[in-house]
Ligand binder design. Structure first.
Ligand code: GDP
Ligand code: MG
Length: 175
């Protein structure tokens, strides 16, 4: 209908994951279409916005990034509040970062008390030769918690568009 077409969905998406897995890089790649080799420890803003149009459905995504507080295990309730989606990142060359994802899943559930659209994302697939986390294991774990699994490279711009358009589609269906 017309009303459905005119509506703009506003979705909040939180990026979660251990320091250095590529949270900031994935956001910058998606929103600004570039990549930095340097670790950017903070963003000027708490979130970056991206507008998109999915077959006539207009969406405004707010992509929330941490300023490194994840190191102290201290992301307050404000970070999670009213989130519609979560992107839980790990680095495919770092087993510990995958273990941490499992903690974030539990934390999200405790913090929110309801289910949100969760995507578990193995980043840095360009470093194939150093890969330690098997895609099948991650896939299976994601399935067991009702999440979807993706593999990305912010460096080579692989899988990023697909990740965010699938997640957006999922949030639209759930809204
Ligand atoms: P954050 O702490 O999770 O926000 O991680 P950053 O986005 O700051 O990235 C940490 C480091 O990993 C930086 O040196 C990035 O350049 C690098 N990095 C991020 N994504 C990729 C990727 O897809 N491939 C490779 N090879 N390096 C990446
Ligand atoms: Mg960062």
């Amino acid at each position: 209908s017309n009303t459905a077409k005119n509506k703009v969905h506003n979705f909040k998406v939180v990026l979660l994951g251990e320091g250095c897995v590529g949270k900031t890089s994935v956001i910058i790649r998606y929103v600004e279409e570039r990549f930095d080799e340097k670790h950017v420890s903070t963003l000027q803003a708490a979130f970056k916005s991206k507008r998109l149009n999915l077959n006539g459905t207009r969406v405004n995504l707010s992509l929330w990034d941490t300023a490194g507080q994840e190191r102290f295990h201290a992301l307050g309730p404000i970070y999670y509040r009213d989130a519609d989606g979560a992107v839980l990142l790990y680095d495919v060359t770092d087993e510990d970062s995958f273990t941490r994802v499992k903690n974030w899943v539990k934390e999200l559930r405790t913090m929110l008390g309801h289910d949100i659209c969760m995507c578990i994302v193995g980043n840095k697939v360009d470093l194939e030769r150093s890969r330690v986390v098997a895609a099948e294991d991650a896939e299976q774990y994601a399935k067991s918690v009702g999440a979807k699994h993706y593999l990305t490279s912010a460096k080579l711009n692989k899988g990023i568009q697909e990740l965010f358009s699938d997640l957006t589609q999922w949030m639209v269906e759930k809204a």
